[in-house]
Structures are given as C-alpha cells and as structure tokens.
Design a protein around this ligand. Structure first.
Ligand SMILES: Cc1cc2nc3c(=O)[nH]c(=O)nc-3n(C[C@H](O)[C@H](O)[C@H](O)COP(=O)(O)OP(=O)(O)OC[C@H]3O[C@@H](n4cnc5c(N)ncnc54)[C@H](O)[C@@H]3O)c2cc1C
Length: 604
C-alpha cells in the first residue's frame, strides 16, 4: 500500500500534470474536480508535502481567498508549476462556460498586480494562459501563448492514423496524394460521381488528414480572393498589376485584356466553388459550422474604395450576390465606424477541419481507401501510368492527383514555383460578439471573426451590462496580414512580432479585448505562386496538380477537387479552368501561356 507521502506526491503530480494542457472547457472540468482535492504545493521543484500555505479555496467560498492563497503559494518564489496549481483552483470558480465571474477576475488581477513583476517569462506565460482561458484581462504586456493547438484541431480527429487496410493496394485507378481540403474534395467528387463507379481510388496522406494548412487556417470562406500588390485596387486592377510586374515588357492593352480574362476566370471558379460547397454541405448534411452571415471588407483609402466598387460591378455582372456599402450603411448594419465604404458578400466562415472529415467520411463510405501517415516518397512515370512510391509500399496508378499545396515541390521539383509561405492566427476566448450578427470582417491586412459553433453562447451578464445590445460571447479569431515565405514547409514558426501586430490590430477592431491574452496561436504552411493564381491542371499525361492556393483555400479547393475528379474520369480539364490562367505549365519557364500580340500586331 503506498505511504501517505507517496500519495501526496502522486496527487501533486496528477494535479500539476493534468491542469493547463487542455482547452478552456476541458481545463475547467479538470480544475473543478481538482479544486476539491486539497492541493499540496510543490516548492523549488521539490514536493513540500506538509506545506499548505492557506486552506485551498473551493466552491462556495469567495474567490477573494485566492489572493491570500497565492501569497502563500508564491512565498518561496513563483513557478509555472505553481501557477498551474492556482489555475486548477481558479477554474473551480468559473461560470458554467468556463469564464471568470467578476469576483474571480478581480482576484486574479489582484494576484497579477501583487506578484506578476517577479514572474519569469515562462511563469508569466502560464499565468496568462489561465487568464486567457478564463477571459480575464491583464495590465501587463501580453506574452506569446503557450498553446499552439490550432482551434480546428481541438476536436476529435476521426481519421488519425487511419488505414482502410493494413497496407495500401499495389495497383489503383486513381491515387490522390494529400488529404487536406483539396485531396478530400477530390476523393469526395470521385466517390460521388456515378461515372467513377468501379474505379479503385486511394488517398495517401503523409500525416493525419486535415492536419496541415486545412486544419491550421483562419476559416474564412470568401468568394473574392484578395491577393494584391500595394494598396488593394480590386480584383481586375490587381490582376493587371501582377501581369505588369511579371512581364514588364507586356503592352498595356494586352495586360488589360488578360487581367479581365483572369478576373473573370477567378470569379467563375470561386462562384462554382461556393455553389458546390453549399450543395455538398446541404445534400450530405455535413456539420461544418458554415456561417454565411456576411463578410465585410472595409476600404482604408479612397483608391481602395473605388477599386472595391469596380470589382463589385464586375462580380454583379457575373451574377454574384455582392454589394458595395457606404460608411453610413456599415454603421447602420453592423455598428462599425468606418471612414470609407466597402463590400459585403454573403460569405462568412466555417470549420475547415470538420469539412475535410465530412468529405472523407462520405468518400470512405462509398469505397475510397485512405492511408494516413503514409508519405509518398516519389512519383515516377511508367508505361501506362505512374509508380507512386509510398512509405508503405509502391502503388501503380493509372492516374495521380497531387494535392499537397505547400509541399508540392518536394515531390515535383519542376513546380518549385509553388512556394511555401507561413501565416499565423490566434484565438481570444469569451469575446463579446459585436458587429450586430455579422461574423467576419477584413480591414487592411487583418481579418477577424467570431466562431458560430458550439462554443458560442448567450451571456446574461453581458446582455444586462450592455442594455441588451450584446448578448453572446464566442472565441474570436484574428489572423492574416503578415504572411511570409519560408524554407521548410514542415516547420512553420510562430513569430513574436506578427503576434504583437495582431494584438495591436485586434485591439483596434475590438477595443473591449484590450489586455486579454489570447488562449492560443499557431502558424501553418500556405502555398504561393508568383502570379497569386492557383495551380489546377495537368502537369503531364496521367498527372494532375491542384495546389498553390495563395491563402484562399476556402475559395478554391472544393471546385479544384471537382476539377481533379472530372479530369480523372474523362481526361479533360473543365472549361471553367482556362489553361492559360491555371495550368501548372505557366510556372515552368518565364513565358506566359496567354496569347501575346505578334510583333506585327503590336506595331499597328
Ligand atoms: C495560418 C493560415 C491561415 C489561413 N487562412 C485561410 C482563410 O482564412 N481562408 C482561406 O480560404 N484559406 C486560408 N488559408 C489557406 C488554406 O488553409 C489552404 O489554402 C488550404 O488549406 C489548402 O488545402 P490543401 O488541401 O491544398 O493543403 P493542405 O491542407 O496543406 O493539405 C496538403 C496535404 O498533403 C499532405 N502531403 C504533403 N506531402 C505529402 C506526401 N509527400 N505524401 C503524402 N501526403 C503529403 C500534407 O500532409 C497535407 O495534409 C490559411 C492557411 C494558413 C496556414
């Protein structure tokens, strides 16, 4: 039978090792139990079995007692482990949604003021993690959050380490490499198309499905991919700017014609993407938290405002549900003060990881095979197809669809023009939902949105405090802006300066969050091309590539998968994917694929 001191040691270890490594709700549930468990404090890394600095406060008592408890707890010096102990207790005073009550927030702020000066960085991070999960502000500089788990990956991973059979087959009609949004959509479309009945379709994924960009992103779902140079001047003018930058000798008339062609092709693609997405989600009853409550882009200059108005006109001419809004309309419809007008679309945000899993689930039900944790090492052309060399053996494939976005050049070095870029997002918990129901907005380089999933909740105290103006709280996502190239797509890094810029922008957009530490931040690999257009097309007979989404996977990947599926079935690329705009060949060599005027035509 274990001795009393051993039991004490075990209970301390259990307390310190389980608290603080989960998310708000989980930590709170654990904490509620732990708060009753009379903690014993670890001092200087050793267990001080008999030291009980104060009677551990628990439910039914005032959270004010935490102040005295913390004084005794930190008497011999504060450590991250001791803060975890405090966190476990504080969690017991949170409300049913895991948010600190006013009394608890006051107590934690008092502790912060009294002891925070003496915390080292790690201890401060641990302390701010507690504040973040409980939704409490601090007067101190915000440290990088300790939690790097992407928001979308907090849920269960249904296909982690999934394998349809112990080993992949040695032969297949179609092999899809990569199981993010693109690979999952391709698999879904192949499985759903009656013309593909009888085809053996195999998905091979290096890691777990949806764990790269598709599970680490901002979750925006937009009709208008906004890649731009300098000040944003609307889709068509931005296309013109890219064309002039890439081909400086191109005459203006040709560049203008091609810019119009590209803008139209992009909008046909994204409109189709949206329609497919909505149709699939409805038809298959996928739970993906899609919230098309309005996506607002606010201009920051008169030039931008004009550019946006022009692109709205283009969008409307193509049948898009899109409108310009004046500052007065923005104020009336969302409560946001704006100097310039902008555009409002019926887009919003969604849960990309749930969507990946939903698509894969339907594909698997219909006979597609999936092999997670099965990296493809090489793809080589053979007579009549390709040999796909995987870590679990070779597959001879009649057709291969490469859906590896930022990792594409590792398998296809000729597509080095699809470059890995990294981007960062962060979550602030328990944010009051403002914008009068509108969920997503973008201004300058930064986008923000409220989650509209199970984590959104009514808050009576908030409603009372705001006279009924604000009634709900939700996790608040901030991201974007400072995307940058990096070498190894497997190693995105969280940047402190990007974090600080996002905090600054967050606080400008949602001043009520000032001083509230985010609960997590993560970065992830995007894939950029020099012309900021995706790559969707045939690289060589039998090999199709869908990658390089330039930060707009939500806008393109469903339709890109549809295109890959159509190609695998009938060999052709759909007409809404014009070759001169989207083919991978435009990235090989310097010459554009669109028709340029002959010298004779130019001299006219
Ligand atoms: C931080 C961040 C924020 C973003 N925000 C948004 C946003 O708000 N809205 C938006 O529309 N887009 C956003 N994006 C972009 C969007 O996430 C991507 O465009 C989209 O996820 C691309 O999907 P994918 O399936 O092509 O790529 P991925 O999701 O990266 O999937 C590629 C898959 O291929 C696998 N793979 C790679 N190499 C191999 C191999 N050799 N063998 C087998 N498998 C392999 C990978 O493991 C991976 O699972 C963001 C991206 C990031 C990183």
């Amino acid at each position: 039978m274990p001795s009393r001191s051993l039991l004490t040691l075990l209970s301390v270890l259990a307390l310190t090792s389980t608290v603080g490594d989960g998310h708000a709700a989980g930590a709170r549930a654990r904490a509620a139990g732990a708060a009753q468990a009379r903690p014993v404090v670890a001092r200087g890394g050793r267990v001080a079995a008999a030291v009980r600095p104060a009677r551990a406060p628990s439910r039914g008592r005032s959270p004010k007692r935490l102040v005295g408890y913390a004084r005794a707890l930190f008497a011999g010096g504060a450590t991250a482990a001791k803060v975890r102990t405090l966190h476990s207790l504080a969690g017991g005073f949170a409300d049913e949604r895991g948010r600190a009550t006013d009394a608890l927030a006051d107590a934690l702020r008092a502790i912060d003021r009294a002891h925070g000066d003496r915390f080292d960085t790690r201890t401060t991070q641990q302390f701010q993690r507690m504040l973040a999960e409980l939704g409490v502000t601090t007067h101190r500089k915000l440290e990088l959050p300790l939690d790097r788990t992407p928001y979308w990956l907090r849920i269960k991973q249904p296909y982690a380490d999934f394998r349809s059979r112990p080993t992949p087959p040695t032969e297949a009609d179609v092999v899809i490499v990569g199981a993010g949004l693109t690979g999952a959509s391709t698999a879904y479309h192949l499985a759903a198309d009656p013309r593909a009945r009888g085809l053996k379709v195999v998905v091979v994924e290096a890691g777990d499905p949806g764990n790269e960009a598709s599970g680490k992103n901002g979750g925006n779902f937009e009709i208008m991919p906004e890649n731009f140079l300098g000040v944003y001047e609307g889709l068509e003018r931005e296309r013109f700017k890219y064309l002039k930058k890439l081909y400086p000798t191109l005459d203006d008339a040709t560049a203008r014609r091609e810019a119009a062609n590209q803008a139209t092709a992009i909008l046909r693609f994204t409109t189709r993407n949206r329609a497919r997405f909505v149709d699939i989600v409805r038809k298959e009853k996928l739970e993906v938290d899609f919230s098309p409550r309005g996506w607002l882009r606010i201009a920051e200059t008169a030039t931008e405002e004009q550019g946006i108005a022009d692109e709205v006109a283009l969008g409307r001419s193509l049948g898009l549900d899109i409108e310009t809004v004046t500052p007065a309309e923005i104020k009336a419809r969302t409560g946001i003060d704006a100097v310039y007008g902008g555009r409002l679309t019926n887009d919003g945000n969604y849960h990309p990881f749930k969507y990946v899993n939903g698509l894969l689930g339907k594909a698997l039900d219909r006979g597609v095979e999936l092999y997670a944790r099965t990296p493809v090492r090489s793809i080589a052309r053979t007579g009549g197809g390709h040999l796909v060399q995987t870590a679990r053996g070779p597959i001879r494939a009649k057709k291969v669809i490469v859906a590896t976005n930022a990792f594409t050049r590792e398998l296809l070095p000729e597509l080095a023009g699809i470059e890995p870029w990294q981007s960062q997002v962060m979550i602030t918990e328990h944010a009051p939902v403002t914008f009068q129901g509108l969920l997503t907005r973008k201004q300058g380089d930064v986008y923000v949105h409220y989650r509209d999933d199970a984590n959104r909740y009514d808050d009576r105290a908030l409603a009372a405090a705001s006279g009924g103006k604000l009634t709900q709280r939700a996790p608040f996502l901030t991201g974007g802006g400072l995307d940058r190239p990096f070498k190894d797509a497997h190693k995105p890094r969280v940047s402190r300066s990007v974090f600080e810029t996002m905090i600054e922008d967050r606080d400008k957009i949602a001043p009520g969050l000032k001083g509230q530490p985010p609960s997590q931040t993560n970065s992830g690999p995007m894939a950029f091309t020099r012309d900021r257009l995706p790559v969707v097309g045939e690289l060589e007979p039998g090999l199709f590539v869908a990658a390089g989404f330039n930060g707009y996977g939500g806008s393109y990947t469903t339709a890109a998968g549809e295109a890959g599926s159509a190609w695998a079935i009938d060999g052709g690329i759909p007409a809404w994917i014009p070759r001169e705009v989207f083919s991978p060949h435009r990235l090989i060599g310097d010459a554009p694929l669109f028709r340029q005027p002959t010298p004779k035509e130019s001299s006219r």
